[in-house]
Every structure is written in structure tokens, then in C-alpha cells.
Design a protein around this ligand. Structure first.
Ligand SMILES: *Cc1c(COP(=O)(O)O)cnc(C)c1O
Length: 408
């Protein structure tokens, strides 16, 4: 580790992929060579200017980066406290932050000579981003999806198929996202030679959590430059919603060593974080365990069975959280809170009414927390929240909860 990075929150993970006691690589022996191969390729790409030149070009011309940093003036005024900025990652191609990371992994896959990309998806958004980039490069794309999710997320399944992906409904286990993750790992072991496994959040075995974080860090890097331009100083508070935690890590990471910047991750509290477990708050309502190749906080019952979780927002129902968040939580560098479905719906409506922005239900969790803290903060307090997805996909869910019939 270089001298200047000792005592840095940005130094991790260690050579075993651990963030404190979290992370690591809990995979079968057969997977190890693939993972070591990927790690070596990524370590090389990380410092290779031609890799980043290709990323920058596509981020600019295909994704539409940099995304704006927008001063939400009417919202700030309405809440009567802090000055609120929204990082507009919902304006990216495909409508969310996921493509930032997918591009990175697929450029890596191409450098490794892989022609077949596999992914797993719950709500379908990572599947759509992966299918999109595969279409762009003419790569074969296979997306594993729990059978139940295939039914619930029909529009995203159709999108993936339009984009040329092969969507495989998973019926093993209970047919959930967790079972789809297992099937994807099995596929990878069986198709070692030509296949690349593209993970959609800061989870999985090392090096995925660090690699996905690095790709998503474009969000926080842009925010640093943009807020210096607008305000001449760093923000006071950062807020982002957490499913697996990739958009949040992307915003937080470049600020981890700025001790005066308060960092808040917002989990999906569903119907409330209590014993009924009708929520997806892995950190605020779960316990450490091992899933998806790493140790982290998980939603589990008394016997260690992984629970499915519940949220109005399908994109937040990952049963765990990235290991780096578990570590940031335990060492106290970041705070984690939860927001209920009801509070997220209120935030959704406020963003529409005051800012003309229809947000995805995921970032509504971040916004709802901003609504709680902003009124008590001074007018010169700068909050940046990540508007990580747009709401077109969610309007029918919202209509149902508001008791509105929108059928033609
Ligand atoms: C997938 C998704 C999330 C959750 O994933 P993270 O890895 O926690 O960012 C949040 N918001 C949107 C819009 C998503 O598509």
C-alpha cells in the first residue's frame, strides 16, 4: 500500500478483497482461476490510459456524461433549510446509473477476448443495461432472472429480448434473485472459456465490489468538480439510496477522506423495519453472513435462511448490501437509515410537483431522507443527493398505490 494511502478510507480492499471483516471471495475452487484472471486483467486496465480513453469516449457519446448537477431551487425553498442539489444520473442512456458500470465490465470482457456475457437481474434494470451494451458490441447476452420476477417485470423482459438478450427464467430454489445469482455462477463455471459474468452492484466475490465501485465513482468525481464550480467548496452532506449500494458507493467514494462531508446511505424500509421483515434494509435490519461470494450484512431469518425482502421499489430488493458499506457502517464513516414505502411515495410526488422531475422509486428513498433533514439545516448547508434513476418505469406502481386507474 502506498504511504499516503495508509489511514485512508479509500485504501481498501486488502489483497484478499476484504474491507475489515467484510468482502473476500467465498467461491468454489473451480471459480478461483476465473476470478484471479479477471482480477489481473482489471488491475492492468485500471492504470492503462487506453482503457480509460475508451470509457471516456463512450461515457460522453453513448451514455451522455457528465450528468448535470442541478440546484433544486423550489424544493430547497419549500423545505426551508439546506440548499439541495440533485446529481442527475437519471438522464443517462437507459435511465439510470447501471450503464456506467456495465460499460466498464464489457470493455474489460472484450479485452479478455470474451464473446458471451452473462448477468443476473431482479427488477430487470441491470439486465436491460447489460443487454443494451451487448447489442452495441454484438456480444451474446444471457440474463438469469427469477421466474417470479420474469412475470412481475414483463416490460423489462420485453426490453431485454428486443435488445437481443436471451432471458432465462430461474425456477431452482425459490425462483428469486438469489437463485438467479447461483445459476449465473454455475453457468460461469461451465462456460469458462468464452464467458464473462457482469455483476450489477458492488457485491459478489473480490474484485467485483471494488471494480464496480471504481466504475461508478465517475458520479462522485463529477460531483466534486461540479460543486466546486457552482459553490466553490465541497458539499456538507451526501445522500443516496441503497439496493446493493453501487450508486451510493459511486457518489460516496471520492469523498471518503473528506472528514467534514457527512455521508448517508438510505435503505428501503418497506412497510417498516421490524420483525415482520417486510423491508430490504440489510444493514439497519439484517445480520452479517455470506452470500454471492462475500461476507456482508444480509436479510436472514433465525436459521440463516436468506429472506427475499420487500419494497415498493423493485430495484432495492437485493437481499444484501455491498461489503464496503458494511465496513463503512461498522467503522462509523457513513450513516445508514431507512425510509418506508409511504415516505418514498410522498417524495415522488413532491419531486414531480416542485421540480418537474419524475424520479424512479429508488432515489425517492434518498429524497425522502433529504426531506427529513433539510428543514433543520442552515440555508448555506449543501446537500447533494443522487437522482440515480428516472420514473417512467414506476408510474404504474405509483398509480396503483395512489388508487388511480391509468388503463387506456
Ligand atoms: C438498480 C438500481 C438501484 C439499486 O442498485 P444500487 O447498486 O444500490 O445502486 C437504485 N436505483 C436505481 C434507479 C436502480 O436501477
Amino acid at each position: 500500500m502506498p504511504e499516503d494511502r495508509i489511514n485512508s478510507y479509500m485504501a481498501g480492499p486488502d489483497e484478499n478483497g476484504r474491507f475489515g471483516i467484510f468482502g473476500g471471495r467465498f467461491v468454489s475452487e473451480t471459480l478461483m482461476p476465473l476470478i484471479l484472471d479477471l482480477e489481473a486483467e482489471y488491475e492492468h486496465a485500471k492504470t492503462d490510459p487506453t482503457f480509460w480513453a475508451e470509457m471516456d469516449d463512450l461515457w460522453t457519446h453513448y451514455v451522455g456524461r457528465p450528468s448535470p448537477l442541478y440546484h433544486a431551487e423550489r424544493l430547497s425553498e419549500h423545505l426551508g433549510g439546506a440548499r439541495i442539489y440533485m446529481k442527475r444520473d437519471e438522464l443517462n442512456h437507459t435511465g439510470a446509473h447501471k450503464i456506467n458500470n456495465v460499460l466498464g465490465q464489457i470493455i474489460l470482457a472484450r479485452r479478455m477476448g470474451k464473446t458471451r456475457i452473462i448477468a443476473e437481474t431482479g427488477a430487470g434494470q441491470h439486465g436491460v443495461a447489460t443487454a443494451t451494451v451487448c447489442a452495441k458490441f454484438g456480444l451474446k447476452c444471457i440474463v438469469y432472472m427469477g421466474a417470479h420476477d420474469v412475470e412481475r417485470q414483463a416490460p423489462n423482459v420485453f426490453r431485454m429480448r428486443l435488445l437481443g438478450a436471451d432471458v432465462v427464467p430461474v425456477t431452482s430454489g425459490r425462483g428469486t434473485l438469489k437463485d438467479a445469482m447461483n445459476d449465473a455462477l454455475r453457468d460461469w463455471v461451465t462456460n469458462v472459456r468464452d464467458t464473462f459474468y457482469c455483476i450489477g452492484t458492488v457485491a459478489g466475490p473480490h474484485p467485483y465490489p471494488a471494480m464496480v465501485r471504481d466504475f461508478q465513482s465517475i458520479i462522485g468525481k463529477e460531483v466534486r468538480t461540479q460543486i466546486m464550480d457552482r459553490e466553490g467548496r465541497l458539499p456538507d452532506t451526501l445522500v443516496a439510496a441503497i439496493g446493493g449500494g453501487s450508486n451510493a458507493m459511486g457518489l460516496f467514494f471520492p469523498f471518503l477522506d473528506d472528514k467534514d462531508v457527512r455521508i448517508i446511505g438510505v435503505e428501503a424500509g418497506g412497510k417498516g423495519v421490524d420483525d415482520r421483515m417486510e423491508h430490504c434494509a440489510s444493514l439497519t435490519g439484517g445480520r452479517p453472513g455470506v452470500l454471492h461470494g462475500n461476507r456482508t450484512y444480509l436479510l436472514q431469518d433465525a436459521d440463516g435462511q436468506i429472506l427475499e425482502g420487500f419494497s415498493i421499489s423493485a430495484g432495492l430488493d437485493y437481499p444484501g448490501i455491498g461489503p464496503e458499506h458494511s465496513w463503512l457502517h461498522d467503522v462509523g464513516r457513513a450513516e445508514y437509515v431507512s425510509i418506508t414505502d409511504k415516505e418514498a411515495l410522498e417524495a415522488f410526488q413532491l419531486s414531480c410537483a416542485l421540480e418537474g422531475i419524475i424520479p424512479a422509486l429508488e432515489p425517492c428513498h434518498a429524497l425522502a431522507h433529504v426531506m427529513k433533514i433539510a428543514p433543520g439545516l442552515p440555508k448555506d448547508h449543501l446537500i447533494v443527493m443522487n437522482m440515480c434513476g428516472r420514473g417512467d418505469k414506476d408510474i404504474f406502481t405509483v398509480a396503483k398505490h395512489l388508487g388511480v386507474d391509468v388503463r387506456a
